[in-house]
Design a binder for this molecule. Structure first.
Ligand code: ADP
Ligand code: MG
Length: 494
């Protein structure tokens, strides 16, 4: 029997009339405040359409929320230290780079820069650690940590305001308030400053570069669908520090335009010196259609610009490194304080190597015998890559004897508790049916962190905000840009 019951924040279902009225309002609020993206079906630069959102915020235990909020700065520091430990990165990724060409390319760039010597010792990390609640005991467990192209800090911030508005519209303004007073300023929907937090991180790095003429370069896809989230960062930076110019280029366009390094290894793009390179792309195969894009990544890595992420941060965020960190006593190596080790260990779930050793053999057997207890994961980002259920058995059986298996890890499957909510989507994009029904959903919490430092020093280390993403319980994965997951906000319950 589950101890993790999550009741909706208001009485459901809504009457048909109330539902229609609030969905209409919600759609307009969402569109007019920029919770939107470009259409994949009918791409048109003059138009955006609404991203999926939940009608209501979803219930989330306050204790778990605070647990992971409070652990974020420790995780930031952990990633920072891992990124600066060549021996650990090398031994963790050794078997993976033999089987996974993408990680091998990144690792090769890392080794090349390491051997030549870094021209920039400072890295900027804009991170997001993702979590699911585990249905059995309602404990919160880490799904993964993202170190590259971490998205939705902007739209999550807007979504917080959207859900406060919706609850008030539905007549629950007082209920949504933490104190029972008329003027409410502490809501059960917690404050969220993820966008400002990320932008302050970018500005902090820009200031460290110490050249008021230099720009921030966003590396973007050739075609960007998730435009609003990216642009909000640009607009916010201008608002916080109006000296900073931002330019946007894909790796492919940088290749064709020609990029050079200046006499002091400055990265020069269109005659502008780049202070900070912020990757919103580059985690996916499609960003590197030819060797030239890889050469460009290396050139940028060799420059004096501060990278977000630097290649070592990118590697520190791989699933394989996550699995290495979950091995007994590894955390002790990086975190000196035992209390910190215990806090991080507490949020980890079982992660298993598929290397060719005793542990790997055991993991293969476990996955084949009880596939429903696990998720099989490759070294990919961006959703839609994992293997679930019976397919785990098929995959593991077929690659059992081949080197390919070392590109993957096995992870305990987390079964989150269900709750009820309505998901609103743009009808045109929806891969699912159009009607807005009360559905069983599950939520995934993300906590945003910002860290800046070099191998000796940490100059900035903050937890800056959160995101809740919600999907139908029938979906294994729920990408928001893919139209399956929806932006949500936590409604904290005790
Ligand atoms: P990606 O880098 O592609 O985002 P994730 O590790 O975040 O990879 O996995 C994608 C999605 O798969 C998650 O958002 C979550 O919904 C689901 N998922 C991942 N790991 C687990 C797990 N251990 N248990 C249950 N669901 C998981
Ligand atoms: Mg993920």
């Amino acid at each position: 029997m589950s101890t993790c019951q999550l009741e909706p924040c208001i009485e459901l279902p809504l009457s048909e009339e109330k539902l229609k009225e609030s969905v209409d309002k919600a759609k307009d609020w969402v569109l007019m405040h920029g919770i939107s993206m470009r259409s994949k079906k009918n791409f048109n630069k003059d138009k955006v359409q609404l991203l999926p959102v939940t009608l209501l915020p979803s219930s989330f235990p306050e204790k778990s929320f605070l647990t992971v909020k409070n652990v974020q700065t420790i995780l930031n520091e952990l990633i920072h230290k891992v990124a600066h430990d060549k021996e650990f990165l090398t031994s963790s990724l050794k078997s993976t780079i033999q089987a996974d060409p993408f990680t091998a390319k990144l690792f090769h760039i890392y080794e090349t820069v390491y051997e030549k010597g870094f021209n920039q010792s400072i890295s900027l990390g804009l991170l997001r650690s993702d979590y699911l609640l585990h249905d059995n005991d309602c404990k919160i467990k880490q799904v993964e940590i993202n170190t590259v192209a971490t998205s939705f800090a902007a739209l999550a911030t807007v979504t917080t305001e959207y859900h406060k508005y919706m609850l008030a519209e539905l007549g629950y303004r007082k209920k949504a308030c933490k104190q029972n007073i008329d003027y409410c300023y502490i809501y059960k929907i917690p404050e969220n400053n993820a966008l400002i937090g990320f932008c302050k991180g970018l500005i902090f790095a820009w200031e460290l570069y110490n050249n008021s003429e230099a720009v921030i370069l966003f590396i973007v896809e050739d075609v960007t669908y998730n435009i609003s989230d990216q642009r909000f960062h640009e607009f916010q930076i201008r608002q916080l520090c109006n000296k900073i110019k931002i330019i946007r280029k894909s790796l492919t366009s940088l290749v064709s335009e020609g990029v050079k390094l200046g006499p002091n290894k400055e990265l020069i793009v269109s005659n502008l010196v780049v202070a900070v390179v912020y990757y919103r792309s580059g985690y996916e195969l499609e960003a590197y259609p030819t060797e030239k894009e890889w050469d460009m990544r290396l050139l940028i890595e060799c420059s004096r610009a501060i990278k977000c992420p630097s290649v070592q941060y990118h590697l520190a965020g791989t699933k394989k490194v996550q699995q290495s960190l979950a091995q007994p006593s590894v955390l002790k190596k990086f975190l000196k304080d035992d209390a910190f080790v215990a806090k991080v260990q507490e949020i980890f779930t079982g992660l298993y190597t598929l290397d060719f050793n005793d542990d790997g053999e055991k993991a293969v057997e476990m996955g084949i015998n009880e596939p429903y207890k696990f998720v099989l994961k490759p070294q990919r980002e961006g959703g839609g890559n994992n293997i679930y259920n019976e397919s785990i058995r098929t995959w593991l059986s077929s690659m059992k004897e081949s080197q390919e298996r070392t590109a993957w890890i096995l992870m305990d499957r987390i079964y989150p508790p269900l709750q009820k909510n309505y998901i609103i989507r743009a009808a045109e994009e929806s891969p699912l049916e159009e009607d807005i029904n009360l559905s069983d959903v599950i939520t995934e919490l993300g906590i945003y962190g910002v860290i800046v430092g070099d191998s000796n020093d940490i100059m900035l280390n903050n937890q800056v905000g959160h995101i809740l993403r919600t999907k139908l319980s029938s979906e294994d994965e729920g990408g928001i840009v893919a139209g399956i997951g929806a932006l949500d906000s936590p409604y904290l319950i005790s």
